[in-house]
Design a protein around this ligand. Sequence first.
Ligand code: ARG
Length: 465
Amino acid sequence: MAPKNHDKVNPLWGGRFAASADNLMQIINASIDVDKQMAAEDIAGSIAHVTMLGSVGILSKAEAEKIQTGLEQILQEIESGTFEFTAEKEDIHMHVEARLGELIGPLAGKLHTARSRNDQVATDFRLWLRSALEQQVRGIKDLQRQLLIRAEEHADTIMPGLTHLQTAQPVTFGHHLLAFVEMLDRDAGRFKDACARLNECPLGSAALAGTAFAIDREQTAKSLGFKRPMANSMDAVSSRDFALEALSAASICAVHLSRLADEMVYWTSTAVGFASFSDRFSTGSSIMPQKRNPDAAELVRAKTGRVAGAFQSLLIVLKGLPLAYSKDMQEDKEPVFDAMHTLALCVQVMTALVGDIQMHRDKMQAAAGGGFATATDLADWLVREAGKTFREAHHISGSIVRLGEEKTCDLDQLSLQDMQGYEPKITARVFDVLSPQNSVKSRTSYGGTAPAQVELQIQNWKKRL
Ligand code: ARG
């Protein structure tokens, strides 16, 4: 005889319990607020499972079909917003099964034959992440295309190239943007790698040991678009390295976005003035009427913290966990969902910002000529034309820079006599290399900043994207 009040214990696992859970137990145990995001994946997994149960004869075809119809109705209810979620039913798996019971009666109890929530949740999570990663790759492609459009427009726009944030050598803005196209391509590659590795199916591993029912794991794996069933049931229910890998790739991508975002903040700063955002992507100050703040870029820069934090969070959840499943693993989804949503938003915002930003060529060009940015060109010239070793040439060029500093003028404003005071072999031809235009034009080595090289790279990327 069931003890009194037994109707209050959990209907799905409460058989051996005499009393219902404490309210606090329920609060800490419930994951529905998070895992309802994978409702569609959960139902897809259940349909694959029940179809397989029907085709191997564990359930009759009619039973399997009836369960499937019920599941499809639940998906509709969830999508239309009429489905009721409550913390009492813990997670998405129990919500679906409970609702199935309301819709089709005791037959619903057969759905869970030969599976466990452990293989179920691992399957759902992989399905969710697979499409999230595919979405990231599409988003990154859009961003790359936008960068390419702007790179083409600015293939010969000259600006100061920096190291240590100090003027180093003139570069083209197109070249600068293409650097991000390259980084983003590796990001997309990492997402694709993660996607390929996670594409194996845990379903049918049951709680941890597999099942005594004669199930067909190949069938469920194939019908969910997985390459194959996972080969070890304990690994299948307890590994989350697929999520770690996705988060690590996401963290790296977020770091790349933050670097571009930071450059935007720098370029649009009042002191630098290389660029501005339109009103659509600028914000004002509540006190200083003149302000035009680059909030969107700053927020992209900041959200890196959330994405990288998610990676740390999951690493620490998993550290030291024994095989196989522990409830700790329920904490895996929130950081992953948040990181993927955050990154997708940041990629989209960056695409818009790259399209929006207006570059001020005159200012960039003027700055490119300042700061003795062609001092390396002078040294190179001394090697080529005056037979100096690079070390000697570096020293002479450095002395001429010091003279420029004293006279507060740039290298190309010094007189030939001034320069000959340091090296008599210098001729008037030196002026050919002292302008930022000529400096940039001369950097024709493969991958260099010369407009001709930049054009070449743009054409390559156009074919690839
Ligand atoms: N909500 C759980 C999770 O996200 C599902 C798996 C529950 N398994 C268990 N043995 N209690 O991990």
